[in-house]
Design a protein around this ligand. Structure first.
Ligand SMILES: [Fe+2]
Length: 330
């Protein structure tokens, strides 16, 4: 499985209508669900054999219907509302309640401030339109619906415009604390609470501007990996302990309890931009900023001005570091 496809898993969305070669997609990317439109116009989400909902025809039909909403969305129109079932709302309520308890212990203060500012509902799944209506007065961000995988350049690029691509489905009710793919709990509880912070929202926008600025696929992958190890899985030091601000940790019931025991390294652009990771397991290598200001200086400063040359220098630097350490990270 290539690094690009690994990373693409969490960068969801708008799959293009039209049958794609699903068998090939499965080999290269097992952990997001390919979406296809059949000749009769029906939309099909292909779940992997190990997906908790694969044998549940009701869930499969829900996934197809929700993906069709996103595929039929016209940019500029309100985000289509999903008629969530009571069972789906119950999954949200259960996970949101449990995560809120863990956030008080493990989340960075700035993220907790974002939770307070945003005021997401705890007992039901909010519509993406509603999330945008709450966010826009705070930081200008709005949500876009995504049916499946979104190409890296699109997913990151629209961040510069204050737009965030998001899935709308929720995980299968049989395993409410597990999902093999990013669902609305991850997209909204993890990301929207951060996007309600002026400081984090600025970093998201800078990442988007960087993704648009760089021309080569290699540089784009570097930018996206720095995003992965910060806004998805970053931690920062607060009052002598590690606190998470990354959406991937903060939306994972299990990972949030484990991250402090992982291999936590100093913030280092050259290393973050070239370190590979396995999306099927908890992230065992994390990077710590010494403060939010430190993150803004190092990572925000990088995204603000990086280009192919900057990134080529960092890639050369990472090769030297790997040689010194005797390890190969990519
Ligand atoms: Fe994410």
């Amino acid at each position: 499985m290539s690094g690009r496809y690994d990373h693409a898993k969490w960068s969801l969305l708008p799959a293009k209508p039209g049958i794609t070669d699903i068998s090939v997609m499965f080999e290269e990317a097992q952990y997001f669900a390919p979406v296809a439109t059949r000749e009769d116009g029906s939309v099909v989400v292909e779940l992997a054999a190990s997906h908790p909902g694969v044998a549940d025809p009701v869930y499969r039909e829900r996934r197809n219907a929700i993906a069709a909403l996103a595929l039929n969305h016209t940019p500029g129109d309100p985000v289509p509302a999903v008629a969530y079932t009571e069972r789906e709302h119950e999954v949200w309520a259960l996970v949101a309640r449990e995560l809120a308890v863990k956030h008080r212990r493990y989340a960075a203060t700035e993220y907790l401030r974002g939770c307070e500012r945003l005021g997401l509902p705890s007992g039901r799944i909010p519509q993406l339109q509603e999330v945008g209506d709450l966010l826009a007065p705070l930081t200008g961000f709005r949500y876009l619906p995504a049916a499946g995988l979104v190409p890296l350049r699109d997913f990151y690029g629209v961040l510069a415009d204050g737009l965030f691509y998001s899935t709308q489905y929720i995980r299968h009710h049989s395993v409410p604390f597990y999902t093999p793919e990013p669902d609305v709990l991850h997209e909204v509880l993890g990301h929207a609470n951060a996007l309600a912070s002026d400081r984090f929202a600025r970093l998201y926008r800078l990442a988007g501007a960087a993704a648009r600025r760089v021309r080569t696929e290699e540089a784009l992958e570097f930018v996206s990996k720095v995003f992965w190890f910060t806004l998805e899985f970053g931690v920062l030091a607060e009052d002598g302990e590690d606190r998470a601000y990354g959406a991937g940790i903060l939306s994972s019931y299990g990972e949030i309890e484990e991250f402090r025991g992982m291999d936590i390294r100093p913030l280092d652009l050259a290393v973050m931009g070239t370190t590979t990771y396995d999306i099927t397991k908890y992230q065992n290598v994390l990077f710590r900023a010494e403060s939010l200001a430190h993150l803004e200086d190092v990572v925000g400063g990088f995204w603000e001005s990086c280009d192919e040359e900057t990134i080529a220098r960092l890639l050369a630097d990472s090769t030297v570091k790997q040689g010194q350490a005797g390890v190969i990270s990519r």
